[in-house]
Design a protein around this ligand. Structure first.
Ligand SMILES: Cc1cc2nc3c(=O)[nH]c(=O)nc-3n(C[C@H](O)[C@H](O)[C@H](O)COP(=O)(O)OP(=O)(O)OC[C@H]3O[C@@H](n4cnc5c(N)ncnc54)[C@H](O)[C@@H]3O)c2cc1C
Length: 460
């Protein structure tokens, strides 16, 4: 098909159903609507955005879910393309000011040294000694005296640090950082993915701490940005553009089944019409589509795909996580956030959102992340215990947690799920369980998956 008018007509006669209204689903729907394909997006919950969830706290908008994205990355470029100002939305992007973290210790908060994934360049720094003791520091220094080793066969970050610098540095400096930033224990982290430049630097320098020193000297940290009015501004922009392009968005409608029907598919949606004052009576509705994009989380996506795609086993059982966003009235004695020691609580990280976005002293808005589902009362109590200060106006939200690309084995598992031979024509899946968690990765994946489906439907 080469004639442009044929292409326009083909697009208009290629209906698309997108399942899931997180960022992955919204981007997929926008990419299809943009070329004139009629799109229906189904979102099971009463809210679009999924893991992007801005809440109101003390009269201020704060992100309980995803908060930052890379300058000049896929989200940044998408925001420019969407034209927020034209849509009447605040398009102000704020650059992250400070990323340093503290950890907990018997003697209060201690700054984590500049390093790579918590590995210090100098084990004798005062703050390192305060956390690992003199024994731990001397053991870390032995790294400088031992023959070099490349990551080669040892790509477990934890094992590498233990071998070179000892268990104390691994457990007290690296483990809080990997848990706080990636939700992983050091041995679950693939060093060659999480810090690809470490291996060559280690070979050049002959020690792990020397490699870290070299990288700190040359690194130009990639700036992170957020949106001044909260990340759900991105959700609102996508929603408006999809509607402008004629797409339909049905919230409160869960996809229950996808079956083959002729050359295409039929999707059954179940609507809980609470919004219509209907006392929540469920209704089912069927949608025909030439293209279906499943952009739900793994837990919901697998049963929908079961009869259509033979998917390899799950990479890791789907986890949940809880965040507490709250106000703390004291001026903190910690840096822009805390990665607590593991024994202290279920809290993996506390971020001072106000400090990170450059606001001065005074009342702080903080956000803590805890592994698993924790009750609101327990989550708040743990937060107050770690901070040693009362918090107020706490908003507790739980989320699906997708795997990180840095997790050992993830890249291979994702490649198996992506095998094109598994997927019938017109059917695709996208989202953090396939791309690895992170807005930039999810946006890129949704754009790539949609591009492949669009090409298959319109040019074959
Ligand atoms: C607390 C937290 C903080 C984060 N911070 C950052 C950050 O600062 N920077 C960053 O880049 N990334 C961050 N991330 C990761 C990022 O937010 C996610 O990777 C990304 O938003 C996932 O998007 P998604 O569309 O794949 O999935 P989701 O956001 O999970 O969306 C899936 C959607 O599908 C819907 N759904 C499920 N089943 C059905 C069904 N049967 N029918 C219809 N709809 C269905 C769900 O209700 C949901 O809305 C964070 C994640 C969390 C949880």
């Amino acid at each position: 098909m080469s004639d442009v008018s044929d292409l326009v007509a083909a697009a208009q006669h290629t209906p698309v159903v997108v399942i899931g209204g997180g960022i992955g689903g919204l981007v997929a729907a926008y990419e299809c609507a943009k070329v004139g394909m009629p799109v229906i997006l189904l979102e099971a919950s009463e809210r679009l955005g999924g893991s992007v969830h801005t809440v109101e706290i003390g009269g201020v908008r704060a992100d309980a879910g995803a908060v930052s994205f890379a300058a000049d990355g896929a989200v940044d470029k998408l925001l420019a393309a969407l034209g927020l100002a034209e849509l009447g939305l605040d398009d102000k992007r704020v650059a992250q000011q400070a990323t340093s973290r503290s950890t907990t210790s018997a003697r209060g908060f201690v700054s984590l040294p500049d390093g790579v994934l918590g590995i210090p360049a100098n084990p004798f720094l005062t703050d390192v000694v305060r956390v690992v003791g003199w024994g731990g520091a001397w053991r870390g220094y032995l790294d400088r005296l031992r023959p070099p080793l490349t990551i080669g066969h040892e790509n477990r970050l934890g094992a590498l640090v233990r071998k070179r610098m000892g268990a104390k540095i691994e457990q007290r400096l690296v483990a809080p950082v990997t848990r706080g930033s990636l939700g992983l224990a050091p041995d679950e982290v693939d060093a060659s993915v999480a810090a690809p430049e470490l291996n060559p630097a280690l070979t050049r320098q002959g020690s792990l701490s020397g490699a870290v020193a070299e990288l700190l000297g040359t690194a130009s940290a990639q700036p992170r940005l957020t949106l001044a009015q909260g990340m759900d501004t991105l959700v609102a922009a996508l929603e408006r553009r999809i509607s402008e392009l004629g797409g339909r968005i049905l919230i409160g409608t869960a996809a229950e089944a996808i079956v083959r029907s002729g050359d295409g598919y039929r999707v059954t949606g179940r609507t809980v019409a609470e919004a219509q004052g209907d006392e929540g009576t469920p209704e089912t509705e069927e949608f025909s589509a030439a293209v279906v994009v499943v952009a739900a989380d793994e837990h919901a996506a697998r049963p929908l795909l079961r009869d259509l795609v033979t998917l390899p086993a799950t990479f890791s059982p789907q986890a949940r996580l809880t965040t507490v966003t709250a106000i703390v009235d004291t001026d903190p004695t910690w840096a822009a956030g805390i990665y607590p020691q593991l024994a202290d609580s279920d809290i993996a990280s506390i971020d001072d959102l106000t400090a990170q976005w450059g606001s001065g002293s005074g009342t702080r808005i903080i956000r803590a992340r805890l592994g698993g589902v924790v009750s609101a009362a327990d989550a708040t109590a743990q937060l107050e215990r770690v901070l040693g200060a009362p918090v107020r106006d706490a908003v507790v939200v739980d989320f699906d947690a997708a795997p990180h690309r840095e997790q050992r084995g993830f890249a291979a598992a994702a490649a198996r799920l992506r095998d094109p031979n598994l997927w019938p024509a017109g059917l695709g899946a996208t989202g953090a369980w396939l791309s690895g968690t992170g807005l930039d990765a999810v946006v890129t994946d949704a754009q790539n998956v949609t591009e492949r489906l669009r090409r298959g439907a319109l040019f074959s």
